[in-house]
Structures are given as structure tokens and as C-alpha cells.
Design a protein around this ligand. Structure first.
Ligand SMILES: Cc1cc2nc3c(=O)[nH]c(=O)nc-3n(C[C@H](O)[C@H](O)[C@H](O)COP(=O)(O)OP(=O)(O)OC[C@H]3O[C@@H](n4cnc5c(N)ncnc54)[C@H](O)[C@@H]3O)c2cc1C
Length: 401
């Protein structure tokens, strides 16, 4: 757990380097120039998203994480890490490449678990960017949040199918999504995932919540499942396996969040660098002041340590490991680190940093929630520490026997 036994090679294959350059160019030429049009209250406008996706297809960079069979580039987790960081440089990049949350995590899970019919009905159009999806887990108190064991939404058997009842909130993208994946407690079996169509009469989006961020199309919604009838074919995978599948989704989904936000943190640091290089105070550029330099240097170290942890986790996933520990370590570090980078950038840019005169104020609002979703930092630290203590106890026991 604490040692990595491998020969380390940071060299990127020439094809991956070329792809990264192409994505960087797309971000410069297409995504960043489109940013002034991204002014919606709850997420990127669907029309703008569709237009950018068409453009990304033309550039041959659409769906980097998707298999070729699904129209993607078929990258492994390490390749995906490189490309998602690059496209994260613009908040519009992941939307354009169809590798944004929550669709990207849902596609990954459907690819592994969905039945052939479910693949055809949900995954194929999702991968093509024709529809959006959401993932419904979190509930208002007293339901589940950080603690999955507090899940209250139920699914009871009825005839040849199920009836789901429960309330969920902070469901990203539910407004405008074609379907949601709902986690519910199935009668007699425990946590189970169900595919629920948006037009199911027993499902409705009650409201879209106000939040600091607005990069996710549809925003974050409160949704109600009320006498929501679904057939047996709506069960994703096996009844009672919901929490296990959530892990299948969460480890890579956490990592891809880290990758995209790492790109955004680089954008913040680049903006800060040009500001402090150009802005004069006390007889010279701000960038020559030691305390400003410390923030620049610390920010670069945050970015580089984040990238290393991401790559290590991607490597473990590529070896077929669950990477639960690695993804927890990466998530706990990267969520805090990228927020420190943006905060440092804001500070050295003075009033410009907290204004609309550049990307920083927006990034501050977009990145802050990442310390909370996909497991608040504290829950990751808690599980990392418990794993450490268990390993220590096991080592003690082995030494004593
Ligand atoms: C922008 C955004 C998007 C989201 N998208 C989705 C989505 O698409 N689908 C979905 O299902 N959910 C989504 N969520 C919900 C998210 O998963 C939950 O917010 C998260 O699981 C925390 O649950 P909670 O908000 O109920 O916090 P609570 O469980 O009430 O916890 C509050 C705080 O208590 C502290 N805490 C909790 N556990 C521990 C611990 N063990 N040790 C120490 N401190 C602890 C942490 O600081 C935590 O932030 C989203 C949230 C946000 C902010």
C-alpha cells in the first residue's frame, strides 16, 4: 500500500503526445474563444455543447476515454489522464470531448455492467453525445450523503418489475437528461441501481438548486421518485450489487474529475503568471517579490504532485486493480491542491482575481465543490487512515505469531 514496485517511465508515446497537442490547440482555437458564450445560469447551453461536440468530432478528439466500438479513441486510463488534463484547461473542453461528469462516469459503468439491450438503449446514444444522463445517489437529510449506509430510497417488487420511492438532491445534470441511474434499497436484497427514463411518470425534477458552480449542463437538481414503476430490465447489473458497482464507477470517475480540474488549475496558474509578470508595483514586476514567487512555486508543486498521484492511480487501474486506495489518495490530495492553486492565483492577481476580468473568479466557484463531491476530503482521509491502521495491526499480528 505504501510502496510502488515498478520501473517508472514518464515518457509519453508519440501518438499520445500528438493527440495532446491537438487537444491543446482545440482548447486554444475553439473552446476558449467560445467561453464568452457560456453564460447560462445552470450549466452550459445544450446548443453550445452540441456545436462544440461536432467540432471535436471534426478534430478527431471526441470521446478520448471511450472504446473505438463506441466511437471514441480507446485510450487507457493513463492516456485518458493526459488528455482530460489538457481539455480541462477550458471549462468547455470536457463538454466538447464528451468526457465531462456525470456522463463520463456513467458511460464507464454502463460499458462494464449494462446488458446488451441497455447498452443499445442508453450507452450508445450517450457515447455519441446525443443524450445526457445523471447519477442519483445523494438524498436530503436524513438520507444518504457522505454515509452510503443511510440510503433511504426504496424499490419494492411489483408484478414483474419494481416501484421506486425516494427523494434525491444535488443530482448533476438531471434537468435535461434522458435518464438517471438511481441507487435504491431493493426489497430483500439491498442497494441496487436502476435505469430510470426521464419521461417515466413516476420521476420528476422538482427544482434546480442554486450552487457556486455552473459548468455542468442542467446544474444540480432535486428529483423525486414517486411510485416510479420500472421493469426488471431496468436493473443495472445484479440486484443487491449497487454499492459494489458504485465503486466500479467511483474510482475512475473520481480520477477523471481530478484530471479535468488539474487542467483548470494550470489555467489559473498561467493567468497568475502573466499578471505578475506584467503588473508593476514597488519599482518592479510583482513577480520579483519573494512572497509572490513562493505562491507561484507552491502552486507548481501542487500541480506536479497532483499529476503524479493521478498517473499512479491510472496505472493501477490499467493493471485491472480496483485502485480504491490510490483513487482515495489522489482525490483527497488533488481536490485540496487545485483549490490552493486557484486561491494563490486569485491572491497574487489582486482585485482582478476576484472579478470577471479573467477566468479566476469563475474557477474559484467551479473548483470549490470538488472538495465535497465524490467523497468529501475528510471521508477519504478517514478511510486512508483506517486502512493504515488495519495494515499496521495486521503487521503487528504477523510479527507476534
Ligand atoms: C456540485 C455538486 C455536485 C454533486 N453531484 C452529485 C450527483 O450527480 N449525484 C449524487 O448522487 N450526488 C451529488 N452530489 C452530492 C455529493 O455526493 C454529496 O454532497 C457528498 O456525498 C456529501 O454529502 P452531503 O452533502 O450530504 O454532506 P454530509 O454527509 O452532510 O457531510 C457534511 C460534511 O461533514 C464532513 N464529514 C462527513 N463525513 C465525515 C467523516 N467521516 N469524518 C470527518 N468529517 C466528515 C465533511 O466535511 C462533509 O463535507 C453533488 C454535490 C455537489 C456539491
Amino acid at each position: 500500500m505504501t510502496t510502488v514496485e515498478a520501473v517508472i517511465d514518464f515518457e509519453l508515446e508519440p501518438e499520445l503526445r500528438e493527440l495532446r497537442e491537438r487537444v491543446a490547440e482545440f482548447v486554444r482555437e475553439v473552446a476558449i474563444p467560445a467561453e464568452p458564450r457560456d453564460v447560462g445560469g445552470h450549466g452550459t447551453d445544450e446548443g453550445l455543447r452540441a456545436e462544440l461536440q461536432e467540432e471535436a468530432k471534426r478534430w478527431g478528439i471526441f470521446g478520448p476515454q471511450l472504446s473505438e466500438e463506441l466511437g471514441g479513441l480507446g485510450l487507457d486510463h493513463r492516456g485518458t489522464a493526459v488528455i482530460l488534463e489538457e481539455c480541462g484547461y477550458s471549462l468547455l473542453g470536457p463538454q466538447a470531448l464528451n468526457c465531462a461528469a456525470p456522463d463520463e462516469g456513467n458511460m464507464h459503468m454502463l460499458d462494464l455492467i449494462a446488458s446488451p439491450a441497455q447498452r443499445q438503449r442508453y450507452l450508445v446514444p450517450l457515447a455519441a453525445g446525443e443524450i445526457r444522463s445523471s447519477f442519483s445517489m445523494t438524498e436530503p437529510a436524513p438520507g444518504t450523503g457522505s454515509d452510503p449506509s443511510m440510503l433511504r430510497t426504496t424499490a419494492r417488487r411489483s408484478g414483474s418489475g419494481w416501484v421506486i420511492d425516494g427523494r434525491k438532491w444535488f443530482i448533476t445534470g438531471a434537468e435535461g437528461a434522458a435518464f438517471t441511474i438511481c441507487m435504491a434499497l431493493a426489497e430483500g436484497a439491498g442497494a441496487t441501481m436502476f435505469l430510470v427514463d426521464a419521461e417515466n411518470p413516476g420521476f420528476r425534477v422538482e427544482r434546480v438548486l442554486e450552487a457556486t458552480d455552473r459548468a455542468f449542463p442542467g446544474g444540480h437538481a432535486e428529483v423525486l421518485f414517486e411510485g416510479c414503476e420500472v421493469g426488471e430490465d431496468a436493473v443495472l447489473g445484479t440486484v443487491g450489487e449497487g454499492f459494489r458497482y458504485a465503486q466500479v464507477r467511483l474510482a475512475p470517475a473520481r480520477l477523471t474529475h481530478c484530471e479535468r480540474w488539474l487542467g483548470a488549475a494550470r489555467r489559473a496558474l498561467d493567468f497568475a503568471l502573466s499578471y505578475v509578470a506584467g503588473r508593476e508595483a514597488f519599482g518592479g514586476p510583482l513577480g520579483e517579490l519573494g512572497m509572490v514567487q513562493e505562491k507561484l512555486a507552491r502552486s507548481l508543486i501542487e500541480i506536479e504532485t497532483s499529476r503524479l498521484l493521478i498517473w499512479r492511480c491510472a496505472w493501477a487501474l490499467d493493471r485491472g486493480e480496483p485502485a480504491k486506495h490510490e483513487s482515495s489518495v489522489a482525490k483527497a490530495h488533488v481536490a485540496e491542491a487545485v483549490n490552493r492553486v486557484v486561491d494563490n492565483a486569485v491572491q497574487v492577481c489582486g482585485a482582478t482575481g476576484v472579478s470577471g476580468e479573467g477566468p479566476l473568479a469563475r474557477l474559484l466557484n467551479e473548483l470549490r465543490p470538488f472538495r465535497i463531491y465524490d467523497g468529501p476530503t475528510e471521508t477519504h482521509l478517514w478511510s486512508i487512515a483506517r486502512r493504515q491502521l488495519r495494515a499496521h495491526a495486521a503487521a503487528q499480528a504477523a510479527a507476534g505469531s
